[in-house]
Ligand binder design. Structure first.
Ligand code: MN
Length: 427
């Protein structure tokens, strides 16, 4: 701990945001202030637009990258600049550097309490893709809905299965989620009914943000894939299980996944996560050559949790504890596979990991698995039972890495479920 870089801003050991993290987000302050770029430091937001206006953090003379409503313009400047700005910020914020530390007037403009700002979506997201890369999750779902002896379909261990999602309904943490309605088909009835979703679920995921585009028709080789990733977020891929079960054949999920997907406001860079690199699970069979990579350090040790807080609870119950390192397919493998047929990824694209479940029931990343499709209801600390998510429930996901006195966290992504829209149809 003693040899770790320290900031002149006090950061408690349990904070997700030490000077080694500096995740990027978009915030606004006050009624009419424009959204702009900040990094989190302890309980503060560091206003990069103010620093830039005062001559710091220059990328190109006369150009401004941080007085922007999204991070896209900064991300587009490339990986060398991501590193340069991170290094300049760490220097400027360190306890040894008097330039900002001893300039009280500037400090008053640069630091804002996180409690006093509004966070916005950190990037403009041109496209959103969701994968299905946790072997434990895919096995659980296969056991429930198909055959426990052949839970994984043959393609699953050959490629990172995914689908193209809906970017327009990705929302920032804190945004309420309206319960979706749609077609539900009951097994004992010939035709579906129209109803509010009765099996509303969360999916505990992470996402990564594309930082470097590739041209249409030009796939990204696996050895270059990591250079195309700007950073990671927490991600709740809300799902309507009953709508999904009826609609997904044969083209995959549609309305069951398009009503809302929630992201955490802070993007944690791969540089900040570097000390927490770890191995991926063994891949058997050995993937085809275009997907093959060294598995010894292509994942991250990120503790992840999900909490549920019912409307009348004043504290949330932890309902899952899992870890990113359980992921079978790496982010680089997902990215390379996404482009291998020629698809062009764009700066700001969001790639969901897929539900991340661990090996034990307390590490399952969805209500579907935790309650085993309503056969093992969950009892909350207030005595209420849950099979799926009810109106008024709030879902909270958290994530952090920790070792040797260093904690790099993601903060949280939350969302409260509101009742379905009321429809009046006449037959
Ligand atoms: Mn998902």
């Amino acid at each position: 701990m003693n040899n770790l870089l320290q900031s002149f801003i006090q950061v408690t050991p349990e904070s997700d945001f030490p000077i080694q993290n500096l995740p990027y987000g978009i915030f606004s302050h006050g009624a009419d202030a424009a959204p702009r770029v900040g990094v989190a430091l302890g309980e503060w937001v560091v206003d990069l637009a103010v620093l830039e206006a005062n001559g710091f953090l220059e990328i190109k003379a006369g150009e401004y990258y941080f007085n922007q409503p999204t991070l896209n313009k900064f991300i587009e400047t490339g990986k060398a600049n991501w590193s340069k700005i991170r290094a300049e910020l760490q220097d400027l914020l360190s306890s040894d550097n008097p330039i900002l530390r001893d300039n009280q007037a500037l400090r008053g403009q640069v630091f804002l309490k996180q409690a006093d700002v509004v966070m916005h979506l950190p990037v403009h997201i041109p496209g959103y893709t969701d994968f299905y890369s946790s072997k434990e999750h895919a096995t659980n779902v296969g056991c429930m809905f198909r055959d426990p002896k052949n839970a994984l379909l043959p393609n699953w261990s050959e490629l990172p299965v995914g689908y193209n999602g809906r970017a327009s309904s990705v929302v920032v943490s804190g945004t309420d989620v309206v319960r979706p309605s749609g077609q539900i088909k009951f097994p004992d009835q010939e035709r579906p009914v129209f109803s509010a979703c009765r099996k509303l679920d969360f999916e505990l995921e992470t996402g990564f943000i594309i930082g470097q585009p590739n041209a249409l028709g030009v796939p990204v080789a696996i050895e270059n894939a990591w250079d195309h990733i700007f950073g990671m977020v927490l991600f709740n891929d809300w799902s309507a299980r009953d709508l999904q079960q009826w609609e997904y054949v044969p083209l995959g999920p549609f309305n069951a996944k398009t009503f809302a997907s929630s992201v955490s406001p802070w993007i944690v860079t791969l540089e900040a996560l570097e000390p927490f690199k770890t191995n991926s699970p063994t891949q058997e069979p050995l993937p085809l050559a275009y997907l093959r990579e060294d598995l010894s350090s292509n994942s991250y040790d990120i503790h992840l949790s999900a909490e549920l807080q019912a409307a009348n609870q004043d504290r949330a119950d932890v309902i899952s504890n899992t870890n990113f390192k359980y992921m079978y397919w790496s982010m680089a493998q997902q990215l390379t596979h996404h482009t291998i047929a020629g698809c062009n990824l764009q700066v700001g694209d969001l790639m969901g990991s897929g539900t991340i479940s661990g090996p034990t029931p307390d590490s399952y990343g969805s209500m579907l698995e935790i309650t085993w499709n309503n056969t093992k209801p969950l009892t909350l600390s207030n005595g209420e039972q849950r099979s799926f998510i009810q109106d008024g429930d709030t879902l909270i996901m958290k994530g952090y890495c920790q070792k040797d006195g260093l904690r790099i966290g993601f903060g949280e992504v939350t969302g409260k479920v509101l009742p379905a829209v009321e429809f009046n149809f006449s037959e």
